[in-house]
Design a protein around this ligand. Sequence first.
Ligand SMILES: NC(=O)C1=CN([C@@H]2O[C@H](COP(=O)(O)OP(=O)(O)OC[C@H]3O[C@@H](n4cnc5c(N)ncnc54)[C@H](O)[C@@H]3O)[C@@H](O)[C@H]2O)[C@@H](O)CC1
Ligand SMILES: [K+]
Length: 515
Amino acid sequence: MQYITDVREAKEIDRMTIQEIGIPSMVLMEKAALAVAGCVKSNAAPESHVLAVCGMGNNGGDGVAAARMLWEDGYPVTVSLIGNEENASEEMKKQLDIARKLGIHICTGLPSGEYDVILDALFGIGLSREVTGEFADAINWINEQDALRFAVDVPSGVNASTGEILAVAVVADFTITFGTNKRGIVLFPGCNYAGNVVVADIGFPKKVVEKVLPRTYTLTREDAMEMMPPRILRSNKGSYGKVLVIAGSPEISGACYLSAAAAYRMGCGLVKVFTAAENGPVIKNLLPEALVKTYDSELDYTQSLNRFDITKSLQEEIKWATCIVIGPGIGTAEPAGIMLDEVLKEKNKAVVIDADGLNVLAKKETYFVKREDGTRKICLPENVVLTPHLQEMTRLTRFELPVIRAKIVEQALLSLESANCQTLVLKDARTVVTDGGEVYINTIGNNALSTGGTGDVLSGMIAGLLAQGMRPTKAAVLGVCLHGLAAEEYVRRKGGRYSMMAGDLLDMLQEILPK
Ligand SMILES: NC(=O)C1=CN([C@@H]2O[C@H](COP(=O)(O)OP(=O)(O)OC[C@H]3O[C@@H](n4cnc5c(N)ncnc54)[C@H](O)[C@@H]3O)[C@@H](O)[C@H]2O)[C@@H](O)CC1
Ligand SMILES: [K+]
């Protein structure tokens, strides 16, 4: 597991390390500078002309110190100062003093020469407002140069908490970030500016990081493998749970197949599909391993007798199941609403609501708390997992899509009534999973996933893990991570991102899951 900090958490780690533990700020700065210089030496030619563009905060101090280390190693170095030196931080003043005593070339404002390497040390986590004036000019100038760009801590101009661009930002080839990865360079659009990210250990004590306990984290492939539910030697199909997939409609059968097949591929014991009668033969043919139960989609479900029948039939299946998926391809017609209400009466078994299940949910006011501005919090118990993409999220919460897109972590948290309620899987290029407590940001996967049906596969995968006894949030995090790994495996094996279809993920699960 890798922690990802926002600005508040990163500043708190700095503060505690310096003030409470007593490691001097200059010591941290020297280590940060060593990491920057090391990254330059590993990636740029030995004769490279280096320019360090430095602001007046401690990010600038890192830049001056890194420039000095490269100068000591024989690189031709210039330091360019942007901003009023009178306002420089104490550490920045000390670094400038050292550099001047050594005779390193320092200029005020942007130089006229050409450089092979630029260190971007204008702003780090101290950036607090839109970039304008000479700072914006400096960033634009840096981006215009034909040079390798190394960003110190974060590319200047990127909001290190949200990934938003504060007017303009450096487009880096490398970002050397200190202690922990930063949310703003993991999330879009900030991650597009960061290039290759190196997380450098500069000596923040583990104890301090764990005390601050950053809210967000991400997983590696190894973490995911360790989280997999165990396979027991003496087991049978009853050992790994039963998934009920309530999905499909007369027009759509594929979604239901993909979800059900994914649940099986994750290792659950049995899958039963509850679907419209038109789908029965299709599912039996595509997935003979699944049990199938159907309802008559042509009946008038405003009639209480028909409502009674479908509810009764569904109640039996819910009783049978260990966990439930509702939504893939289910449509928004009357039966979907009746079935969703029935499923939501279940408080002890895990329930995944996906796709049209979410659109039907969005119309049911009883599951929401309205705010004065018209936006809503979702109020469901902790056995429920919701898997909206951004468009579905706007229907659920009534927040505008650009607002959700700009602050995806904050929006995920805002949509929850309180901690320990439903788990939210907010799907995007960086999917966020949270139950109001910790926040998982998925960094695994690729744009091969941007194709129809991959969401259906994800809902089935999460259900497959739930059936094996995983807690809802854990199952959602692991499901999202494995889904991304399957897409990466496809691209690795097939060599391209264009041709993948959702069904290919099912095959890739066989390749990535533990043997
Ligand atoms: N001792 C520490 O606290 C350490 C800090 N480190 C470095 O220090 C950085 C944080 O340093 P600071 O807190 O000094 O902050 P920064 O160096 O990121 O920038 C802060 C300065 O920029 C100004 N500023 C903010 N937004 C601006 C804008 N839009 N236009 C113009 N000026 C703006 C602020 O008023 C302040 O003077 C980290 O990102 C990291 O690079 C590292 O050296 C590790 C140790
Ligand atoms: K920077």
